[in-house]
Design a binder for this molecule. Structure first.
Ligand SMILES: CC(C)(COP(=O)(O)OP(=O)(O)OC[C@H]1O[C@@H](n2cnc3c(N)ncnc32)[C@H](O)[C@@H]1OP(=O)(O)O)[C@@H](O)C(=O)NCCC(=O)NCCS
Length: 377
């Protein structure tokens, strides 16, 4: 049976999924049938993770038990800390996160069929440990000691604690929590697909997450939040936006944080992050929000008709930078959130698994004659 080749698999379903839903025309995103805006307003990252993993909102006692279990998993094995110490300090934190996530799996070898309890523990352990790895690498590579997790703080609050050793500002803790909710899942994106492909081989969840991390690290995926803030910093002040963006358009260079395979209007997550970007920059006096508004205006004027609008990464970088998070940690924060979605998809994949084995359209040669090395010119 011959199928048409679809570059980037645009529009090709690769699984049945009940985890999340996107309406790209209406700019709507739901997790398990709940509007992401409602979750951003009312939920927490911990509760949203349980919703994604198990398909329903937890009861009070389920949520409390989950939080207790997660707190117990936050610490890293000392050998993982040693491994992180050995990584080059100039390396990107996404690469450190990928290496440490994969290595963590070596402490929990369970490569074949896993029972429901082992799967659940692996999911919670990975969600709990990713922020500890990110914070540890960030501190160790700057020559500071790694800070142990604080069991009395929320997932978001504890991340600030492990980065700085200070109790987080409650407003900042809330904004990071919302950002984590907004990034927790997004249907069949590249990293989720990568994770499902690896999961379909019955590889362990640490390999699933490390492969998804590799996919997320690219500038066409999670890396765009970093590129967007670098662009705003390069522009420097709103008056310069016209020239810089004009030159980029002239060179047919993509605007970071713009465009999406599915959304043909503004990404609903960008709208929420935009409000926080405005609020935070008003308080700090940073010009980045005003610069972003100019870039947004110019980008929409030029590309809007083509369906290219701001995506989640456009304002995320401003928010993170106002929260005092180092630029290279922006994509790892995306990963700290998306790990819940990756694992929800992994569990779903295993429910009705068949190994992914697509095909190709062969364009190479056949029947080549082997010429001995001494006769080749
Ligand atoms: C997200 C993204 C990878 C989607 O890719 P895609 O669906 O394969 O779309 P393509 O890259 O094929 O782009 C389709 C067209 O839109 C243009 N386009 C897409 N994103 C653009 C952007 N950010 N700026 C300018 N033009 C863009 C492409 O140049 C292409 O134009 P053409 O038809 O004239 O060749 C793409 O929009 C992009 O690279 N955006 C910038 C990186 C980014 O923000 N990524 C985060 C996504 S959440």
């Amino acid at each position: 049976m011959a199928f048409e080749l679809v570059p980037g698999l645009e529009g090709v379903p690769i699984a049945e999924s009940g985890v999340s839903f996107v309406d790209g025309q209406a700019g709507k995103l739901e997790y398990r049938g709940f509007d992401v805006e409602t979750l951003a307003e009312n939920s927490t990252f911990e509760e949203t993770s349980l919703l994604l993993l198990h398909g329903k909102l937890p009861t009070h006692s389920e949520l409390e038990a989950f939080k207790r279990e997660m707190v117990g998993y936050r610490k890293l094995k000392y050998r993982i800390i040693d491994l992180i110490k050995c990584l080059p300090e100039t390396g990107h934190p996404m690469d450190a996160l990928q290496a440490a996530a994969a290595a963590t799996g070596m402490f929990y070898p369970r490569r074949r069929a896993m029972d429901a309890t082992t799967r659940r523990q692996a999911c919670y352990r990975l969600i709990a440990k990713l922020p500890t790895i990110v914070a540890a690498f960030e501190r160790l590579r700057k020559g500071d000691d790694h800070i142990s997790p604080n069991p009395n703080l929320s997932h978001a609050g504890n991340f600030f604690w492990m980065l700085s050793g200070k109790e987080p500002d409650p407003a900042h803790e809330h904004i990071l929590d919302v950002a984590l909710i907004l990034h927790a899942d997004h249907t069949m994106n590249a990293s989720t697909f990568a994770g499902r492909v690896v999961g379909s081989t019955l590889a362990d969840p640490y390999c699933v997450v490390s492969s998804a991390l590799g996919a997320l690290s690219g500038p066409l995926h999670g890396g765009a939040n970093e590129d967007a803030i670098l662009l705003f910093r390069k522009i420097g002040k709103p008056e310069n936006a016209k020239n810089v963006v004009g030159e980029m358009i002239g060179r047919k260079e993509k605007l970071p944080g713009f465009g999406h395979r599915v959304y043909k209007t503004t990404d609903p997550r960008a709208k929420i992050l935009k409000r926080y970007a405005e609020q935070l920059t008003k308080a700090s006096g940073s010009p980045n929000y005003e610069i972003a508004l100019e870039v947004e205006k110019l980008g929409i004027a030029h590309y809007g008709e083509k369906g290219i609008w701001p995506n989640v990464d456009f304002y995320a970088g401003i928010v993170y930078s106002e929260l005092g998070i180092p630029t290279e940690c922006f994509t790892p924060i995306f990963a700290m959130a998306r790990v819940s979605g990756w694992l929800a998809h992994w569990l779903e994949q295993l429910e009705n698994n068949r190994i992914f084995r697509p095909t190709q359209q062969y364009t190479g040669k056949h029947g080549q004659a082997y010429i001995p090395l001494s006769d080749r010119k």
